[in-house]
Design a binder for this molecule. Structure first.
Ligand SMILES: Cc1cc2nc3c(=O)[nH]c(=O)nc-3n(C[C@H](O)[C@H](O)[C@H](O)COP(=O)(O)O)c2cc1C
Length: 197
């Protein structure tokens, strides 16, 4: 599979089999993540890999308590949004049964408040995107989530994430229980501006 084919079929996979993911594959996708670009090659990223059920059980209840009401407030519209909401709820309900959660974190490498500060958080997303595309190419499903928005303190405490590290995204990883499929995106002709807007 070439890299563009992996990108065009890299749907959010919110239904995952409980089968464990071999450690070498987890290391491989994190290797791919760490090949990403970053400002000044600062590479200010860290990855917390959560596989242990006992640890997941410490976070699952608070994640469900805080996230389910938030997800329920997303207005259901026909088509993919209703499916997205149902899938997002499923992922939160099944938090402990997701084989692997990868929490993408990063330390500020510029002084707080510096004009370049925000680049560091932004730099975590190319790494995260590399990770999900690499996972797709290896037959593994992923979903980007922002579970930390409502549970950041608990996540820091349970996982020992230092206070000077921001949490960019929590990625669910496992073998897909639903097919990979073509992603639905706007046609390029709608978003491309040649020479000027
Ligand atoms: C920054 C970011 C945050 C996201 N947060 C969530 C989330 O919390 N829960 C979830 O189920 N999906 C989340 N997603 C996945 C998107 O909802 C999904 O990619 C989008 O609906 C398009 O669907 P597709 O990737 O399957 O084509 C997030 C994606 C991004 C980029």
């Amino acid at each position: 599979m070439d890299v563009i084919e992996a990108m065009e079929t890299c749907r959010a996979i919110r239904y995952l089999k409980p089968d464990p993911v071999p450690q070498e594959l987890i290391e491989r996708v994190i290797y791919a993540a760490t090949r990403a670009s970053s400002p000044g090659n600062s590479q200010g990223w860290d990855f917390v890999v959560l596989r242990d059920r006992a640890t997941k059980e410490k976070l699952g209840p608070v994640i469900r308590e805080r996230l389910l009401p938030l997800i329920q407030r997303v207005p259901a519209t026909p088509g993919s949004v209703a499916r997205t909401v149902a899938g997002a709820q499923h992922l939160v309900r099944e938090f402990e049964n997701v084989p692997v959660w990868i929490i993408v974190c990063g330390r500020k490498v510029y002084p707080p408040g510096a004009a370049t500060d925000q680049m560091v958080d932004a730099a975590l997303y190319p790494a995260a995107q590399n990770l999900i595309v690499a996972a797709r190419s290896l037959g593994l499903g992923t979903t980007f989530t922002t579970l930390q928005v409502a549970t950041e303190n608990e996540m820091r405490e349970v996982l020992g994430i230092p206070a000077d590290c921001s949490i960019a995204v929590c990625i669910a990883l496992g073998y897909p229980d639903r097919p990979f499929g073509p992603v639905k995106r706007k046609p390029v002709s709608e978003v491309i501006h040649w020479e000027r807007w």
